[in-house]
Write a new protein. Structure first.
Length: 203
């Protein structure tokens, strides 16, 4: 029986499994968002902890991903490898993009917040993902890893508000891809980023 379950999850996920995975992650992050804004109530929180522990126990009984990265489960379509689909970064709506740039919108929900504004580390996480998409895009081809990422925080980023982002390739020099990006709230610049992505040596 265990072997059969493992064979099921070791294959690339179906559309139904992807949707179910997304829905489960969405439910989990909605809880984190709610916990970030509620007034503490110890009794309710204890009940919440018990219920969540039951969910966690159910998840612990499932097999984990195979270590072999060539296995079908590691196909790019698997939502577990998409930072937004597993709740690591806020979903980024891409409005326009070509081979060397993209334009989109992002909204940071309360779990990404400090007090009333977005946590600086969350902005950095977002930029790594958004600039990384362009660095790993069709103009450059192949995989590249973040070598450095510099963020200039220009003004506070509000939570739960749509922010606009633009990302573009500044230069490509051999294996090096220099990428820049900016995030705005209306006309106001919130943060700028520049980074280097380095593609692996081919030999
Ligand atoms: C569609 C999918 C979208 C996915 C988007 C998500 C993207 C997210 C990507 C990540 O977050 S990856 C995780 C965070 N990054 C890492 O863990 C990387 C850790 N570091 C490394 O693996 C290596 O240091 C690295 C691959 C970046 C570079 O190692 P290499 O051995 O391939 O490069 P090497 O040291 O030979 O340097 C190559 C060139 O880059 C330059 N370089 C490397 N690191 C640098 C640095 N930090 N600053 C400035 N220049 C740097 C280096 O000087 C040199 O320049 P030149 O060719 O002109 O001589």
């Amino acid at each position: 029986m265990m072997e059969r379950i493992h064979a099921m999850v070791a294959s690339a996920p179906t559309a139904l499994e992807r949707r179910a995975y997304r829905n489960a992650v969405d439910a989990a992050v909605r809880i984190l968002d709610r916990l970030a804004v509620i007034e503490p109530d110890a009794d309710t929180l204890r009940k919440c902890e018990r219920a969540l522990t039951q969910v966690e126990d159910a998840l612990r009984s499932l097999p984990t991903l195979p270590e072999d990265v060539e296995a079908p489960a590691h196909a790019p379509g698997n939502p577990r490898f998409n930072p937004a689909e597993r709740g690591l970064v806020p979903a980024f709506a891409i409005d326009a993009g070509d081979t060397g740039q993209l334009v989109g919108r992002v909204q940071f929900s309360p779990r990404f917040g400090g007090t009333a504004s977005v946590h600086g580390g969350a902005l950095s996480l977002f930029f790594d993902d958004a600039l990384g998409m362009v660095a790993n895009g069709s103009v450059t081809g192949g995989v590249a890893r973040t070598a450095f990422l510099r963020i200039d925080y220009r003004s506070l980023a509000p939570l739960d508000v749509e922010l606009h982002c633009r990302v573009w390739i500044e230069a490509v020099d051999g294996r090096k891809r220099f990428i820049r990006g900016e995030l705005c709230h209306g006309d106001r610049l919130v943060a700028e980023a520049e980074g280097l992505w380095v593609a692996p040596r081919t030999r």
